[in-house]
Design a binder for this molecule. Structure first.
Ligand SMILES: [Ca+2]
Ligand SMILES: [Ca+2]
Ligand SMILES: [Zn+2]
Ligand SMILES: [Zn+2]
Length: 582
């Protein structure tokens, strides 16, 4: 043990193998020495057999500190409240625990404290203990379990890091799995970097920026959002973050100096970073990325345990990787199990088509799907079935010259001769230049945009609910209230028999299963080769050619029963408006 409490291995790299024995140094520290097999008699096949050794106690400390064996009270927190030496598991139980640790760390499950195992234990890691199954597997009666009435708990109940499960003092929120899990009940959570906990390594502005970004990354994939609160009373702040060394910020858990533990988090509470670590901004490829650690620790505060799944940000060890990292599929699904998926209505949705040429000059069509809500928008990656990393962003940042918010409809008129894109809001419309990526200021005749809808599209009312372009029929369908207007783009007029009732033009396939009026959005999806009608949190698919091939009885333009938008377009999540510009 060095002065910081780490397991220290002194390894001779020339030795080829293998067994590690633990010796006590005269200094009182530990030495893990390797010996070639066969030279001397193996001491207990390299297993940890020195029961009275302080090194064994260190190993046990690691295992219990990080949830691999039962933690006696006070363990991990040195000082006046230290408990008497813990009862140690017998050698066999210890070897079993070691094997489990080795397994999840992708090491040979030898049950021996070999060099690789030691190295794994010494890797930089989060201070939050690993998950419950291991704890249960290696102990008989975790002390944090509620005790029967009338019996006093063996130790003072700790609102401590390893209590990663429902306790009697907090209301569990049901999860789809039925297990009681903790989750915040409000939609917007506040956070603050506490003044007594600034890091000495990065500027305060940098620290706050990184935390803001870390919170934003979670809000991009879940229905909660996060707001930095610099003024409210400290007691009202949901999540307080701070840096400290050793004993810090009144926390019962003490940091261990440079190396190993770099941070820890309290469920539904505070996050502490070990300022003896070398924290770096996301642009750096050295040290420990504060952003990555912060995202991980926020995951704990939200209720996520550790996982050893490759790619997850909730792995207990710090894994250096490139400057860009994102929450992967499993992280998204894990947090959505606790908080549900993102729901919401849209102002408009559309596919944006670009004609490009491949390297041989052949025409190529590319499309991107966009969802607009209020003053921000998402690009939806159909291939990956998720929104683009870093979305939503402000409309003004991506679409020059169109209204900054609450756009009613977007239409792409597209024939052999024409390629025109229109944005509609109120009684006006704008034309968008796809090549210059900005709205036209004037038309070919020198008349300036925006123009009145009633002038450019005679017979069309305003404001509109929505509209979409039918390329095959070369018609724009405009929707307002319960009416549909079919507009012939070649003759620039409404078809003679229109307007008609939406329920007549797009009849319900099943009785009563129809949006009837006031659509939010309607769009033709090139990915699905079908028209979708959006209203509230639901969508209705209009019967496609493919649907009619499979079910010939379906009516043309029939509207299929509604489904939740979030079940087809994943993770279209709001972020707090204060973080929209990041
Ligand atoms: Ca440390
Ligand atoms: Ca609309
Ligand atoms: Zn962790
Ligand atoms: Zn702490």
């Amino acid at each position: 043990m060095d002065t910081d409490g780490h397991l220290v291995a002194h390894l001779d790299s020339k030795l080829t193998h293998t067994h590690i024995t633990i010796e006590t140094r005269s200094t009182g520290g530990c030495k893990f020495a390797m010996r070639r097999p066969g030279r001397r008699k193996r001491a207990g096949a390299g297993q940890v057999t020195h029961r009275r050794s302080p090194c064994l106690s260190l190993l046990q400390r690691f295992l219990s500190k990080y949830g691999w064996a039962e933690a006696p009270a006070g363990l991990g927190a040195r000082g006046p409240h230290n408990a008497p030496p813990p009862e140690r598991p017998a050698g066999a139980a210890l070897a079993k625990t070691l094997r489990k640790f080795q397994k999840v760390n992708a090491l040979p499950a030898s049950g021996e404290l070999d060099a690789a195992t030691l190295a794994a234990m010494n890797r930089p890691r989060c201070g939050v203990p690993d998950t419950e199954p291991q704890l249960q597997a290696t102990s008989t009666a975790p002390q944090t379990r509620p005790t029967p009435l009338g019996q006093r708990p063996r130790a003072r109940p700790k609102r401590f890091l390893q209590t990663l499960r429902p306790g009697p003092d907090l209301q569990p929120k049901g999860s789809p799995q039925g297990g009681g899990t903790w989750a915040f009940a409000k939609k917007t959570l506040t956070w603050r970097l506490v003044a007594e906990g600034y890091s000495s390594q990065l500027s305060v502005e940098e620290q706050r920026y990184i935390f803001r970004l870390a919170f934003r990354m979670w809000s991009e994939v879940m229905p909660l959002d996060f707001r930095e609160d610099l003024t409210g009373p400290a007691a009202t702040i949901d999540i307080k973050l701070g840096f400290g060394r050793g004993r810090h910020l009144g926390c019962p858990r003490v940091f261990d100096g440079s190396g190993q533990e770099f941070a820890h988090a309290w469920r539904l509470g505070d996050i502490h970073f070990d300022d003896d670590e070398h924290f770096t901004p996301p642009t750096s490829d050295r040290g420990i990325s504060l952003l990555k650690v912060a995202v991980h620790e926020i995951g704990h505060v939200l209720g996520l345990p550790h996982t050893y799944r490759t790619g997850s940000v909730m792995q207990p060890n710090y894994l250096p990787q490139g400057p860009a990292f994102e929450l992967d599929w499993s992280d998204r699904k894990a947090v959505q199990k606790l908080y549900g998926s993102c729901e919401g209505s849209f102002d408009t949705a559309f596919d944006w088509i670009r004609r490009e040429e491949d390297h041989r000059g052949a025409a190529l069509l590319r499309f991107s799907t966009y969802f607009f809500r209020n003053s921000w928008y998402w690009l939806y990656e159909n291939r990956n079935n998720r929104t683009r990393y870093g979305d939503p962003i402000r409309i003004v940042a991506g679409w020059q010259g169109v209204p900054a918010q609450n756009i009613d409809a977007v239409v792409h008129v597209w024939t052999w001769r024409r390629d025109e894109r229109y944005f509609f809001k109120g009684n006006q419309y704008w034309r968008y230049d796809s090549d210059k990526d900005q709205a036209h200021t004037e038309d070919e005749q020198g008349k300036s945009y925006p123009k009145l809808i009633s002038e450019g599209f005679p017979g069309i009312p305003s404001p509109l609910d929505t509209a979409f372009y039918d390329r095959r029929k070369q018609l724009i369908y405009f929707f307002k209230g319960s009416l549909v207007f079919a507009f012939d783009v070649n003759r620039n007029q409404v078809l003679g028999s229109y307007p008609k009732k939406m329920t007549d033009v797009f009849p319900a396939v099943e009785p009563q299963s129809h949006p009837v009026r006031h659509l939010d959005a309607a769009y033709y999806s090139y990915a699905h080769k079908a028209v979708f009608l959006f209203k509230g949190h639901q969508y209705w698919k209009v019967v496609s050619d493919e649907d009619r091939r499979r079910r010939p009885g379906l009516p043309s333009n029939g509207v299929l029963p509604p489904r939740p938008i979030s079940g087809t377009w994943f993770d279209v999540c709001d972020v707090h408006t204060s973080t929209l510009n990041m």
